[in-house]
Design a protein around this ligand. Structure first.
Ligand code: PLP
Length: 363
């Protein structure tokens, strides 16, 4: 019983835990006896300050974020960070390196071209973004200020299982689609960023975790809204923040801690992903996942049908059984099941049962 809800396999905005939404519903009209909804509160009042401070401290606890890193709650999506990162971390003529393992890494690289001198030191494009390179043979630019990766490519379903250690400069990661899905050693990174709308909340807030010594050297042309120093000095309250989104993220962080933290969350995610990948691999080629096994994403599972003309029917029939948003990204086609933290095991079990039944009827 899904309590009136569908199993939503969308890539983002994506499903959130039903009990978290219910909790928000319970306090939507009157938050903790304040007589106001969170969306009506002054961002400088004591109520909202308590909300943002708790959200930050719970996130710090979840990811074990050291004190020498700032946590910023920003706007503009991860896309804005594609520009903010070079603007804050380098000069116009500085060289930086990008590992391009999918469309999002490619977009980040292209945006950086406006603000510094980025170089693609590896691209998976010719292999249709199904791989992550081995780090040994990678040649970095001698003076690269940073190495940028997309930790999980949402469209192609490739995920870094460990991380390169750049010889030169800092490691920077777009973790939009696997943020808080497993433990991460934050100290390996100069900066981590993530749009909230896959694993931790509604769209509208972007979380940036940045080593404090990297803050304060933005290029002169940097708009005030993109300058990390402005936001860090003002605890993300320089201008009106996305208050309601930050509140929702806070509820999700609280819930992830209550589940036992990210080790526990990762176990659940692995179980769901194994179930789905095994069903694909054991279908005798009826279903196929193009991604190399060792780098398959725990979050986004792209797959195709051998008989591709059945794909529309597959998606339609699944929707009838309350499993929605299984259509693959328009750039790759096929299907994609996004199985973020909040996708219950029951959702994946139902999908796998449906796949077996669909195969039996069409094989
Ligand atoms: N990076 C990744 C890995 C994404 O999946 C997305 C969106 O889906 C983005 C960046 C862009 O994020 P936004 O839409 O928040 O700008």
């Amino acid at each position: 019983d899904t309590d009136g809800r569908v199993f939503n396999f969308a890539a983002g905005p994506a499903t959130l835990p039903a009990h978290v939404i219910k909790k928000a519903q319970g306090e939507l009209y009157d938050w903790h006896g304040s007589g106001m909804s969170v969306m009506e509160m002054s961002h400088r009042g004591k109520e909202f300050l308590s909300i943002i401070q708790k959200a930050e401290s719970d996130l710090r606890a979840l990811l074990n974020i050291p004190e020498d890193y700032a946590v910023l709650f920003l706007q503009g999506g991860a896309t804005t960070q594609f520009a903010a990162i070079p603007l804050n971390l380098c000069e116009r003529d500085d060289s930086v390196d990008y590992l391009v393992t999918g469309s999002w890494g490619d977009k980040a690289f292209k945006e950086a071209q406006k603000f510094c001198k980025p170089k693609v030191i590896w691209s998976g494009k010719s292999e249709k973004y199904t791989k992550i390179p081995s780090f040994h043979g990678l040649e970095q630019s001698p003076d690269a200020k940073y190495l940028h990766i997309c930790a999980n490519e949402t469209i192609h379903g490739v995920e870094f299982k460990d991380y390169p250690t750049p010889k030169n400069g800092l490691l920077i990661a777009d973790m939009s689609s696997n943020f808080c899905s497993k433990p991460v050693d934050v100290t390996k990174f100069g900066l981590i960023y993530a749009g909230a709308q896959k694993n931790v909340g509604p769209s509208g807030v972007t979380i940036v975790i940045v080593r404090k010594d990297l803050i304060g050297n933005a290029q002169g042309i940097t708009p005030v809204m993109l300058d990390y120093k402005i936001h860090a000095d003002n605890n993300s309250l320089y201008n009106t923040p996305p208050c309601f989104c930050i509140y929702m993220c806070g509820l999700v962080f609280e819930d992830l801690l209550a589940q036992g933290g990210l080790e526990e969350v990762e176990k659940k995610n692995k179980k769901k992903a194994d179930l789905l990948y095994n069903a694909i691999d054991e279908s005798n080629g009826f279903f196929r996942c193009p991604v190399e096994k060792s780098v398959r994403s725990l979050m986004n599972v792209p797959f195709t049908l051998e008989k591709s003309d059945l794909e529309t029917e597959f998606i339609k029939e699944a929707a009838k059984e309350k499993m929605v948003a299984l259509k693959g990204h328009r750039s790759v086609g096929g299907m994609r099941a996004s199985i973020y933290n909040a996708m219950p095991l029951a959702g994946v079990e139902q999908l796998v049962a449906f796949m077996k039944d669909f195969q039996a009827r069409h094989a």
